[in-house]
Design a binder for this molecule. Structure first.
Ligand SMILES: [Zn+2]
Length: 193
């Protein structure tokens, strides 16, 4: 279990603010989470549960995956999972860029966290000269992740899976990883497991 950080406390406070402000769970939020879940499964990250509602870490929704330590060569996949909510919003919702950006701040924090780790590892391994900073790397990471997420989400199977999963999320609020995999299987035309 991860130790509570200042960021967690901030997220908790924001959640309370959002709740008090009467922010609703919309289909856009469901599409965003469905994007994370579908891309996660496509890159081999096992989804444990995807939910929409008010949680401690995310306003509106959260996609939980089985814990995984990323090796450096796997980072593009990790970035793709982080960017997938934003990309799903661009492809499948009518939100403005500002709204999408606002809804993806938590995901950008996650990319920063992954970069912090990778840079710390590089420094430990004896990086020559001043190591690059997280903020220097962030735009590249987002570019790589968004391109990969887009490539996946533009396939017919992923498109169907995101839309179906978003509909299910709106009515059921919380969906197991097994059900996510069943939905993806059905969308690709395979027989559901
Ligand atoms: Zn997200």
């Amino acid at each position: 279990m991860r130790k509570k950080t200042l960021r967690d406390l901030k997220a908790r406070r924001l959640t309370a603010l959002a709740f008090n402000a009467g922010i609703e769970i919309t289909r856009d939020i469901a599409v965003h989470e469905a994007g994370h879940a579908v891309v996660a499964e496509f890159v081999g990250r096992r989804v444990r549960r995807v939910s929409v509602g008010f949680t401690a870490r995310h306003i509106g929704g959260v996609t939980e995956c089985v814990a995984k330590i990323y090796l450096n060569h796997e980072l593009p996949n990790a970035f793709a999972v982080c960017c997938a909510g934003m990309v799903a919003g661009m492809l499948f919702s009518k939100q403005t860029c500002e709204q999408i950006e606002e809804g993806s701040q938590g995901d950008m924090e996650e990319i920063r966290r992954l970069l912090d780790q990778a840079i710390a590892l590089a420094a430990e391994a004896g990086w020559i000269g001043a190591p690059p900073t997280t903020e220097q790397f962030l735009p590249h990471a987002v570019k790589i992740g968004a391109a990969k997420a887009r490539e996946i989400l533009e396939t017919e199977c992923a498109k169907k899976a995101v839309n179906y999963l978003a509909d299910c999320l709106l009515t059921e609020r919380s969906i197991s990883g097994d059900r996510v995999r069943e939905i993806i299987g059905r969308s690709s035309g395979e027989k559901a497991a």
